[in-house]
Design a protein around this ligand. Structure first.
Ligand code: NAP
Length: 285
C-alpha cells in the first residue's frame, strides 16, 4: 500500500515508520511539510496514497495555552488541509486524536459516543481537528489515544528515568488517571486499522489504567531504582494547561472489532527492554 504519514519524525511517526516499512511510505514533517501552509495538502495529493495517517500536531499542551491560535492553526486548520487532500485522492484518513478532548469529570471509561468538552487549548484544537477530519474526508477514522510514549522523542517515561537517576526522591501527581500507551503498540494497531472498513471514532490505548503516580512508581520499580515516589495533587504542581482528572478511554469498541491491546504494564516492560543501553536503568528488565 501507499501510505502517507504526517508527523513522521515525531514519537508515533517514528514507530509507524518501523511498523509500516513493508509499505510504500511518504514521510511528511517540518520543515518541508508545514500544516500551517495553505498548500501543504499538495504533497499528499502528489503522492496519491491509499491511506494517510495524520499524526502531525502541535503537542505542547502548556505551550498551546499560551498560543491557542497556533494550536488551532496546526491542529484544526492543518487537519482540514490534510483531510481535503486525502478526500481528493480517495485515500483513507486515520486522524490521531487524544483523551484531552474530554473534560475528565467522568467516573467510568469514556466511550466513543461520549460528549467531548476539552478543558485546555490543546484539547480544544484537537477536538476541532476531529470535526474537520470527519467533515472533509468521508473515509475517516479518528483514533483517540492517551499518555503516549515511544523510543524517540521526549516523554513521561524518559523523564521519570532521568529524574530517578538524579534525585533522592520523586513527587508525582496521584489525582489524574489515564491509560499509558506504548507508541509501538499503537502503531501496530494502526497498521491493522488502515485496511479495516471502520469509520468514525475509535479509542486505542494499552489496556488498564493508572494514575501518573502509579505509572511513575512502576517505571522506577521495573528500571531497578530504589528512589521513593511520593504522591502529590495537581494543585501541588500548577501548570499553565488544565488536565482532565479522569481520562480513561474504554476499549469496548476495539474489542467488539475483535482487536485487543497489551496491558500498559506489558507495554512499559517492552519499552524499557528496547531502550538503548545507557539511556535509562541501572538494571535491565
Ligand atoms: N504525546 C501524547 O501523550 C499524546 C496523547 C494523545 C494523543 N496524541 C496525539 O498523537 C499524535 C502523535 O503524537 P506524538 O507524541 O508522536 O507527537 P510529537 O512527537 O510531538 O510529533 C508530532 C510531529 O508533528 C510535527 N509538527 C509540529 N508542528 C507541525 C507543523 N506545523 N506542520 C507539520 N508538522 C508539524 C512535529 O514536529 P516538531 O517536533 O519539529 O515540532 C512532530 O514531528 C498527535 O496527533 C498527538 O496530538 C499524543
Amino acid at each position: 500500500m501507499r501510505i502517507a504519514i504526517t508527523g513522521a519524525q515525531g514519537q508515533l511517526g517514528k514507530e509507524l515508520q518501523q511498523v509500516l516499512q513493508g509499505h510504500q511510505l511518504t514521510l511528511l514533517d517540518l520543515p518541508t511539510f508545514d500544516l500551517t501552509h495553505e498548500d501543504c495538502g499538495r504533497l499528499i495529493v502528489d503522492a496519491v496514497p491509499d491511506a494517510v495517517i495524520h499524526a502531525g500536531a502541535h503537542t505542547d499542551v502548556d505551550g498551546a495555552e499560551r498560543n491557542p491560535q497556533l494550536a488551532m492553526a496546526i491542529n484544526a486548520d492543518g487537519t482540514e488541509r490534510v483531510a481535503r487532500a486525502a478526500a481528493q485522492v480517495g485515500a483513507r484518513l486515520i486522524y490521531i486524536s487524544t483523551d484531552y478532548v474530554f473534560d475528565g469529570r467522568g467516573t467510568r471509561p469514556y466511550v466513543e459516543t461520549d460528549q467531548t468538552n476539552p478543558v485546555s487549548a490543546y484539547g480544544a484544537s484537537k477536538c476541532a481537528g476531529e470535526a474537520r477530519a470527519l467533515a472533509c474526508c468521508e473515509n475517516t477514522l479518528v483514533v483517540r489515544t492517551a499518555w503516549l510514549y515511544g523510543l524517540q522523542g521526549k516523554n513521561f517515561v524518559k523523564t521519570i528515568l532521568q529524574l530517578a537517576a538524579e534525585r533522592p526522591s520523586l513527587r508525582v501527581v496521584a489525582d489524574q488517571e489515564g491509560c499509558p500507551t506504548f507508541a509501538e503498540d499503537l502503531a501496530r494497531m494502526i497498521e491493522q486499522l488502515v485496511t479495516h472498513p471502520i469509520r468514525g471514532f475509535l479509542h486505542v490505548t494499552n489496556e488498564g489504567h493508572c494514575t501518573w503516580h502509579e505509572f511513575a512508581a512502576e517505571i522506577v520499580k521495573l528500571a531497578g531504582y530504589r528512589v521513593p515516589v511520593q504522591p502529590i495533587t495537581t494543585e501541588d504542581m500548577p501548570r499553565p494547561a488544565k488536565r482532565p482528572a479522569y481520562s480513561v478511554l474504554s476499549s469496548d469498541r476495539l474489542h467488539h472489532l475483535g482487536f485487543s491491546m497489551p496491558s500498559w504494564q506489558n507495554g512499559l516492560q517492552r519499552f524499557l527492554r528496547a531502550l538503548p543501553a545507557g539511556s535509562s536503568a541501572p538494571s535491565r528488565v
